[in-house]
Ligand binder design. Structure first.
Ligand code: NI
Length: 193
């Protein structure tokens, strides 16, 4: 008699502990993903090369890439934009855009950004705005950007260089991988169309 009475709560406790552990593991697995996703992206309003304003709401309905950089960037930005352009060219006529947002609004006017992206796929949109507008966009995407003085008395910009893929609802989908062939990247991007 006393044996099963003792065994029962023990077994129950083990089962309960097991369930709690699985639930905790599952919650831990889900939570960072969800909070990370919701931490990236947000409302922004910036100017295109023609002076017109583009907001996140204008882009709803189709996926888009977002990349932050600046026109004086010696290597990483032009390389990344060329890669993005190659991917877009694998998707002719598809309604997917790529935003190139400046982290250097002091030097990059909307016109300068528009001129800069004109050598890439036409679906690459250059954007700038007031320092406050740019800062708002940087914060929304958790972008790091800082002026770094050069010997010549000029400056360059240290900046993070993640390519964000936003889905058709404007929600962050993933950090887009360009370290593969343009075909492979385009194939994945096409799944968000
Ligand atoms: Ni750069």
């Amino acid at each position: 008699m006393p044996k099963p009475a003792r065994k029962f709560p023990t077994r129950l406790a083990i089962i309960a502990a097991g369930i709690a552990l699985i639930a905790a593991a599952f919650a831990a697995y889900l939570t960072p993903t969800r909070s990370r996703a919701s931490l990236i992206g947000g409302p922004f309003a910036l100017q295109m090369g023609d002076g017109k304003t583009l907001t996140d709401k204008d882009l709803i309905g189709h996926p888009y890439l977002v990349y932050f950089g600046y026109t004086h960037c010696p290597d990483v930005c032009p390389t990344t934009l060329a890669q993005i352009s190659d991917v877009l060219r694998k998707l002719p006529g598809k309604p997917v855009k790529a935003l190139f947002i400046t982290v250097d609004p002091d030097r990059d006017s909307p016109k300068a950004m528009g001129d800069y992206v004109s050598s890439f796929d036409p679906r690459v949109i250059g954007l700038s705005g007031s320092p406050a507008e740019v800062e708002k966009a940087e914060k929304a995407f958790r972008v790091y950007a800082r002026k770094s003085p050069t010997k010549e008395g000029d400056y360059s910009m240290d900046h993070s260089s993640v390519v964000y893929l936003m889905d058709r609802n404007g929600a962050f989908a993933e950090a887009f991988n360009l370290e593969r062939s343009a075909e492979e990247s385009a194939k994945e991007l096409a799944t968000y169309l």
